[in-house]
Ligand binder design. Structure first.
Ligand code: COA
Length: 406
């Protein structure tokens, strides 16, 4: 089965744009949105007048005073006057929410070409404001004081995971490897990968030793998560054009959406097992099922490593290993660039940066680059099919897309 079998039409990613991620003091939310939108439309071979609908993914939650941003992309061209534009919000998965709304508009036949944008400007706000805004994505902590912010929530996940599975992590040939070391290895992998990504916020190959060790330069943020176990606070944007068919004059070959899945979990922590992302697993099953492929059919994956523990549990949610055995994917080298399923070749949120609303769209753009052989130094050989996974909250709003080369 494919999208065409199920819905009678293919959905193509025909053009994309990506800003640099980081602390972008010379950019505004508006300038970032306009920049990536212009790039995506130009690369698709379309004109602004060809765009039938716009979806913008942005979390905001108080990081920017402007709370109504759907029309900002119209600034790009007079030709966008009267185009329906909607902002989607699903915490750190706001970008993928925009993507899937765009997909549904094309599938419904109400739009032929949709511009999907993800954007966030986080660094204008102070640390306290950013921390409080992000905690708005927690049922228990929204509006409450916290010294550890969102890191504290994933640290709790890591502590539960360690209690249940930590003893089993030490394996022959990996002396000393406990959960903390495995998390350090994931950080080191993603920082190493990020060196090849020109859009990445962090170009620092910290290495295993640094990432595994608490130091003045790598302090504990919330036990057991060190600074290098966290994604940074970032600005950035990405955009993609979804179309029924390719336009002449496109900059690259298009990429086909083979399947997509979305699943939300119950919000209160007491209703979820903290050591698995149950709804994330369902979103994987839905997307892979729609694409009629197994995890073995993927050549790479870009996943939501907001914290290193999230990437570890993701290996289990995506079906790469049984529950509690995600560390095997690191220890046996599967998720490295030369492994059987390279994960976060872009550097992931860890090194690329995590402007929250932009992340889901960025992951689709990076995957599209891989599938069209335009990923530059990040390029994997023979990348024909890949998946992207984006998560809002602690496993609450979960989106997966399977994309393939045409
Ligand atoms: N990983 C590695 N290095 C980081 C980093 C990160 N996440 N964040 C900052 N740094 C580096 C900076 O580049 C800087 O290096 P330098 O001194 O060599 O120039 C140094 O650490 C200090 O930067 P600063 O911004 O003062 O760090 P901080 O301690 O204020 O913030 C975190 C670090 C991890 C607390 C912050 O990035 C954070 O809160 N991240 C999580 C964001 C989040 O929750 N997102 C939502 C996820 S769902």
């Amino acid at each position: 089965m494919s999208l065409k079998d199920q819905f009678g039409k293919d959905i193509l990613l025909t053009g994309w744009g990506h800003s640099k991620f980081g602390k972008l003091t010379d950019e505004t939310l508006e300038s970032l949105i306009v920049q990536v939108s212009a790039e995506a439309i130009r690369n698709s071979g379309l004109e602004p007048r060809d765009i039938d609908e716009i979806y913008l993914g942005q979390f905001n939650s108080g990081m920017q005073p402007l709370g109504f941003t759907s029309s900002l992309a119209l600034q790009l061209s007079e030709e966008l006057a009267n185009v329906p534009a909607t902002r989607t919000e699903n915490a750190c998965a706001s970008g993928s929410a925009a993507f899937q709304q765009g997909v549904k508009a094309v599938l419904a036949g109400t739009a032929r070409n949709v511009l999907v944008i993800g954007a966030e400007k986080m660094t204008d706000a102070g640390t306290d404001v950013v921390g409080a805004a992000l905690l708005g994505a927690s049922y228990e902590m929204a509006g409450k004081a916290s010294t550890t912010g969102f890191t504290g929530l994933f640290a709790e996940v890591a502590r539960h995971y360690d209690k249940r599975y930590g003893a089993g992590i030490e394996r022959p040939g990996f002396a000393g490897a406990g959960l903390s070391d495995i998390l350090g290895s994931i950080a080191a992998k993603n920082h190493h990968n990020g060196m090849d990504n020109p859009y990445a916020q962090m170009h620092r190959d910290f290495g295993e030793e640094f990432c595994r060790t608490v130091s003045e330069k790598n302090p504990m943020v919330a036990e057991p998560l060190r600074r290098t176990d966290c994604s940074p606070v970032s600005d950035g944007a990405a955009a993609v054009v979804l179309s029924l068919g390719p336009a002449s004059g496109a900059a690259t070959e298009p990429v086909r959406l083979a399947g997509f899945g979305h699943a939300n979990d119950f919000f209160p922590a007491e209703r979820r097992d903290p050591t698995e992302f149950a709804a994330t697993r369902v979103s994987w099953e839905r997307a892979l099922g729609m694409a009629s492929v197994g995890i073995d059919g993927l050549d790479f994956a870009e996943v939501h490593d907001c914290f290193t523990i999230a990437e570890l549990i993701m290996y289990e949610a995506m079906g790469l290993t049984p529950r509690g055995e995600g560390s095997r994917a690191v220890q046996e080298g599967w998720v490295y660039k030369d492994g059987k399923l390279p994960v976060n070749v872009s550097g992931g949120l860890k090194a690329k940066g995590h402007p929250v609303g932009a992340t889901g769209v960025s992951q689709h753009v990076i995957a599209a680059m891989q599938l069209t052989g335009t990923a530059g130094a990040m390029q994997l050989p023979n990348a024909r099919r890949g998946a992207v996974q984006n998560m809002g909250g602690v496993g609450i709003a979960n989106y997966v897309s399977v994309l393939e080369a045409v």
